[in-house]
Design a protein around this ligand. Structure first.
Ligand code: ZN
Length: 512
């Protein structure tokens, strides 16, 4: 009889592989699908989701898990498990895989099929209700869908034993181990220092001119961003980049699908969104291939994922050393378009700070304020302090307070994001936590490799990637978010590195 652990891993990998097929169909839906083929794709995805769920809840997985204790040793050593393992001693790797497999299995099996179906169907309806509400600027039409999503989120938490802490459960789904209380403390510290910085930059006489860029042919933009993303380390033999309406990155280590979008008059948008997605892609490509399908081959959570994309997008690609290398290349590709643009103007445009009501358009100084607002509102919704019908007014009030701008309508206010329409509460904080983590990792890697930016100016990003591979990517889900940060940076996750980084980069540019 083969090792029960190997039998378990075979089953986990099968469920994972089915998930990757669904990912691929999802990618294809957004990149290639002919307009009248949406129905058949919805059917394909539904059948696959059912098959994948059946694979992930295979009772044989439960039986095999029951053969092991928490540390990965056989819980009831039988002749078969003992002889198959060679001894009753476990290995740390196995303990990690078993711990996560147990958690995932419990979460997949404790929810009644009826509930799973209801939530999936509601998400689909709510998505369309949101899209319609956004198009017609009609929050009232969407409110009942949001109310039901909140009720479903509470019910799910209850079914999984988190009934007294439904919002913590929502957070834990994206960033295992983190709680609303921890995030509240981190965000409060961030906000105290961020608001004065934002105000000072707003009062600065320095202004970036983002209308400098006109008529950048898309073909050449693609050449440039391919070159940039390849040079920072993306392996195009195990991934590709295509065009979609909204940029994203899907797939796992062996096959990464990234997307971008092009605007001839805004080449920085496609460039930076591609670098961002490349950061996600590099993380996935760096996860140990042999462990794909188990916790050791999986990303820790959304905050760590976002730390990888933000680090490359912001700390690296908005820095002077990066542009020292890439500016000549950009000018060679767009000689006439950039003829009248000075190096300093280009660098300032790369680091433009401009308040906006729209999160996805926000610069990195303002971005976190958009997240703080959403986190605050999610907590009030979950505590019952805020009713869904009062959400637009609460949104606008917070927006005015923190961003100094008031949405003229709900389309540029509470209806702007897709997340809640899919029931994805507790997701927004990951973006801001990822920003904090990126800055903290950046401080740590600069301590460890002080000459790093000299490398960048030569177009060499391999030492940074190597450091991330070794310290973050190689571990899969061995450590939870906060433990990983502690181990890699030697300190607790804190906003102080993000604040210092923003002060250094943007204070330097705008507050001279
Ligand atoms: Zn991202």
């Amino acid at each position: 009889m083969s090792d029960p652990y190997d039998q378990l891993v075979t089953r986990l990998k099968r469920a994972h592989t089915l998930g990757t097929v669904a990912d691929l169909l999802g990618w294809d839906e957004q990149v290639n699908l002919p307009p009248d083929s949406a129905d058949v794709r919805a059917e394909q995805l539904a059948v696959l989701a059912e098959t994948q769920h059946a694979a992930a809840t295979d009772p044989e997985i439960g039986r095999l898990l029951d053969e092991f204790g928490r540390d990965g040793s056989p819980s009831r050593p039988t002749e078969a498990t003992v002889s198959a393992l060679g001894s009753t001693r476990s290995t740390p790797d196995r303990a990690v895989v078993l711990r996560h497999a147990r958690r995932d299995y419990d979460r997949a099996t404790k929810l009644p099929a009826e509930f799973v179906r209801e939530k999936a169907a509601h998400s689909s309806h709510a998505y369309h209700a949101w899209a319609d509400a956004k198009a017609c600027n009609d929050f009232a039409g969407y409110a009942p869908f949001l109310e039901k999503h909140l009720a479903l989120a509470r019910r799910e938490a209850e079914l999984l034993g988190w009934g007294d802490r439904p919002y913590d459960f929502a957070i834990d789904k994206h960033d295992p181990g983190l709680t609303a209380a921890q995030i509240t403390a981190l965000f409060a510290e961030l906000k105290r220092a961020l608001i004065p910085l934002v105000r000072a930059i707003r009062d600065s006489r320095v202004r970036a001119d983002t209308a400098l860029f006109k008529a950048f042919p898309v073909e050449s933009q693609l050449v440039f961003l391919r070159e940039v993303t390849e040079r920072i380390g993306f392996n195009y033999r195990r991934g590709r980049i295509d065009v979609s309406l909204h940029p994203f990155c899907s797939g796992t280590g062996a096959d990464i699908r990234m997307t971008t979008r092009f605007d001839a008059d805004n080449p920085l948008d496609s460039l930076f969104s591609s670098i961002h997605e490349t950061g996600h892609g590099l993380y996935e490509q760096g996860l140990p291939r042999a462990h794909l399908g188990t916790a050791l081959g999986q990303a820790v959570g959304m905050a760590v994922h976002e730390s990888q994309s933000r680090l490359w997008e912001n700390q690296v690609a908005r820095g002077r050393a990066f542009w020292r290398f890439f500016e000549p290349r950009l000018r060679a590709l767009f000689p006439t378009q950039l003829a009248a643009v000075s190096s300093e103007e280009l660098y300032l445009a790369v680091n433009a700070v401009e308040p906006t009501l729209i999160r996805v358009d926000a610069d990195e100084v303002h971005y976190n304020l958009h997240i703080l607002l959403r986190f605050e509102l999610e907590q009030r919704l979950f505590s019952g302090a805020l009713a869904v019908r009062d959400l637009p007014a609460a949104w606008n009030a917070l927006c005015t307070e923190s961003l100094g701008q008031t949405p003229a309508n709900d389309r540029e206010g509470v209806l702007q994001d897709v997340h809640w329409s899919g029931g994805a509460f507790g997701y927004f904080p990951s973006y801001c936590l990822g920003n904090m983590m990126a800055a903290q990792l950046w401080a740590a890697v600069r301590r460890a490799l002080p000459e790093l930016e000299t490398d960048f100016a030569r177009g060499d990003f391999s030492r940074l990637l190597g450091w991330l591979r070794e310290n973050i990517h190689a571990h899969g889900r061995r450590y939870d978010t906060l433990e990983l940060v502690r181990r890699v940076t030697g300190e607790e996750l804190s906003p102080k590195h993000l604040l210092a980084y923003l002060q250094e980069r943007y204070g330097g540019l705008y507050l001279g």
